[in-house]
Design a protein around this ligand. Structure first.
Ligand code: ZN
Length: 185
């Protein structure tokens, strides 16, 4: 078996000797790499394929993701997905996410600003990726996992169902994850 790094368009084999497989294409009897990666010429199976060095981390339904809240509007929060649970690999698909007001909490809410604030770090679950990334935080383990006071930037602490700023001595409501203040990623 031969292995080497190849670029898209590199001629890697001829069809007489190998069957073109993943990451390749054929033109005029020659096999070319269609992606960057490691070329594998498998002589036993007579297969030529190119395996990406780092398979992209493409978000899919039911994935658990970590997001930062960018803005809260009347019917939804907009957020940026920054990581997927269980992998350090960078997200390779769109990270622009929305959380609709009906998908925030199992309890009724009609005010997104009572659940999330700009800058909150949130754990959510992917509902759909097309046509846009939609997130739910309805489960107990989903919701805000870290938040700062909007006035003094002190990290907020859990007090009852709400978050509390020990400096400003003010409480703010949130949809909290059940492990707020004790998160292990
Ligand atoms: Zn404060």
């Amino acid at each position: 078996m031969t292995e080497r790094q190849v670029l898209p368009g590199d001629e890697i084999a001829v069809e007489e000797e190998y069957v073109a497989s993943d990451g390749t294409y054929v033109r005029d009897g020659k096999i070319y790499a269609s992606q960057i990666g490691t070329l594998i010429l498998d002589d036993e199976e007579s297969i030529a394929k190119v395996v990406p060095a780092n398979p992209p981390n493409v978000l899919k339904e039911k994935d658990i993701v970590y997001l930062t809240i960018d803005d809260t509007r009347k019917t939804m929060a907009t957020a940026t997905a920054i990581a997927t649970e269980g992998t350090c690999r960078e997200i390779g698909s769109s990270t622009v996410a929305t959380i609709h007001v009906s998908k925030i909490s199992p309890e009724y809410t009609d005010n997104v600003a009572d659940e999330f604030r700009k800058g909150d770090l949130v754990r959510g679950r992917v509902i759909s990726v097309k046509p846009s990334l939609q997130i739910t935080t309805k489960e107990p383990h989903l919701g805000v996992i870290r938040a700062q006071c909007g006035i003094c930037k002190t990290e907020l602490v859990k007090k009852g169902k709400d978050l509390h700023c020990p400096k400003c001595r003010r409480s703010q409501p949130r949809k909290l994850a059940d492990d707020y203040g004790n998160v292990k990623i």
